[in-house]
Design a protein around this ligand. Structure first.
Ligand code: NAD
Length: 512
């Protein structure tokens, strides 16, 4: 990584270095450079120069490097886990899940990038292209920028770099200034596996560094808040470069009267409290059918009360780690305080935990109403508001009454009914009798509707966003072109419309 003191447009308000804290203790653990616009531009020039040779390796050639990364993830699990824990504050157990994702993603894209981006033969019935060969093929964008958040320092940062690399791009990663150290460790991994120089680089820094990257790259993958995502989308729109946005959420859970309540409670606890609630797809509000409301609240209460809050010192030593980003404590406190002032009850917790670090007591809220901030705004913390509803229709209406549309969960033993409800929900992903597990099925696209984003990660869409598409039409030398020019002759109009109707269907029954 280059950090020369090239000409800088950094304002005096932006520091030259950023301090990274351990949120469990509040101690500063490292300082990182806050790269200037010129330094970012220099990284992009190098990445651009390195990209053609990387692309020329082909899918198999690039897959060999991804396989080495897969092995490095396995061999260095403990080290990566501790790095994630130290800068993010999540438990050791949850940090390990991120490393597992690294193993999964590097092996998945090594195996599938070539399949998703292979040339596709297209057949057409159109009389205008009779006998021609039609193809779709893909070319890497060039230099891709990945800008990531602090809640998953590996999963939502280097995790998105892997498919961009597999597609043949050079990639520059701008991790969150709050948790940049895991990304620097990924740069070390790339060196260790012999990745060609400058194919991957980390641009550490704050918002200005990210904004500079947006100005330079050929395509952008952004994960973060809706507010920043909209700004970045605007600039990418002006530059006319492709952008994929994975943004915030306010994921609803619907519990119907026929649900397996024990399992619903266990999984909802996990999905609400995973990473201390700092997960874009964490369960943020629950709607429970009236007949089972009291029982479900009782099951959730006992589970919330049993959680151990505190710094994780090894596997199984803590259920809820610290909040990562200092302002999160204020947001979580405000949502809880306002809800209680407006008539809700904090059945458990409700306060910042005294002592060092940024810990908040796991808080179950009842007596909430749909207009409260805790039901409308992304909380991103260890809280869960639960609301009683009359029936599934009311639950669906309230679930959809949100600016967000990332993910939703439905609990019912009748999976046909569950799928019917899924069709009515405005969410990029719906899990029926489950939560979060979809993220680990990389064949399944994951992306948000409404304010939750544009585009998707995973599946074929998760790599095709990193390429330019080219359509190819081949007319062989000497091939007869009977139809060439024919559509423009008035006398052929009738013949052609009949032919089109024969090939694609007749315009009968056009009455409404
Ligand atoms: P954020 O928007 O504050 O910052 C995200 C990244 O953008 C950081 O690296 C930041 O430095 C950079 N940035 C900020 N301003 C910028 C600008 N003007 N130009 C370019 N870059 C800029 O988000 P955050 O607080 O780090 O992350 C939390 C948010 O991320 C939550 O809303 C969460 O739901 C969302 N998230 C979404 C997903 C998903 O897959 N949908 C996954 C994880 C997190």
């Amino acid at each position: 990584m280059t950090t020369t003191a090239a000409s800088s447009k950094r304002t005096p308000a932006e520091p030259a270095v950023i301090q990274v804290e351990n949120p469990s203790t509040g101690a500063v653990i490292q300082e990182i450079p806050n790269l200037t616009e010129a330094q970012v531009a220099e990284l992009v020039v190098r990445a651009r120069a390195a990209q053609p040779a990387w692309a020329a390796l082909g899918f198999d050639g690039r897959a060999r490097y991804l396989r080495r990364m897969q092995k490095w993830f396995i061999d260095n699990t403990e080290r990566i886990t501790h790095q994630i824990h130290d800068e993010n504050g999540k438990s050791i157990d949850e940090a390990t899940i991120e490393v597992m994702y690294g193993v999964l993603a590097s092996s998945f894209w090594a195996k599938n990038a070539g399949k998703y981006l292979a040339d596709e033969k297209v057949s057409s019935r159109s009389p205008f292209v009779l006998g021609r060969k039609l193809l779709i093929r893909y070319e890497p964008l060039g230099v891709v920028g990945v800008i990531g958040p602090w809640n998953n320092p590996l999963l939502n940062n280097f995790g998105d770099v892997i498919p961009a690399l597999a597609a043949g791009n050079s990639v520059i990663l701008k991790p969150s200034e709050v948790t940049p150290l895991t990304s620097l460790l990924m740069a070390e991994m790339c060196l260790a596996v012999g990745l060609p120089a400058d194919v991957f680089a980390v641009a550490t820094g704050a918002a200005g560094t990210g904004a500079a990257l947006v100005e330079q790259v050929d395509g952008l993958m952004f994960t973060g808040s809706t507010r920043t995502g909209k700004k970045i989308a605007g600039r990418c729109g002006e530059r006319l470069i492709p952008v994929s946005l994975e943004l915030g959420g306010k994921d609803p859970v619907i519990v119907l009267a026929d649900a397996d309540l024990e399992r619903a409670a266990n999984v909802t606890l996990f999905s609400a409290m995973h990473n201390t609630g700092q997960t874009c797809t964490s369960s943020e509000r629950v709607y429970v059918e009236a007949p089972v409301y009291d029982e479900f609240v009782a099951l959730m209460t006992s589970r919330f009360e049993s959680l151990r809050v505190g710094e994780s010192t090894g596997f199984g030593t803590s259920d809820a780690g610290s909040l990562t980003f200092p302002p999160q404590l204020d947001i979580v406190s405000r949502h809880v305080d306002e809800a209680v002032q407006e008539g809700a009850t904090a059945v458990t917790g409700g306060r910042v935990k005294p002592g060092p670090g940024r810990f908040f007591e796991p808080t179950l809220l009842t007596g909430v109403t749909q207009d409260m901030a805790c039901m409308r705004e992304e909380t991103f913390g260890p809280t869960l508001p639960i609301m009683k509803v009359a029936d599934a229709d009311e639950a669906v209406r309230l679930a959809n009454d949100s600016a967000y549309g990332l993910q939703a969960a439905v609990w019912t033993k009748d999976t046909t009914k569950g799928q019917e409800i899924a069709r009515k929900l405005q969410a990029g992903t719906v899990t029926i009798n489950d939560a979060l597990a979809n993220y680990f099925a990389l064949e399944l696209p994951m992306g948000g509707w409404k304010d939750s984003g544009l585009g998707a990660r995973h599946g074929k869409d998760g790599i095709r966003k990193f390429v330019n598409r080219q359509s190819v039409l081949v007319t062989r030398f000497g091939q007869k072109n009977e139809l060439h020019g024919m559509p423009f002759k008035a006398k052929n109009f009738g013949v052609l419309t009949k032919l089109i109707s024969t090939l694609y269907g007749h315009p009968r029954n056009t009455k409404a």
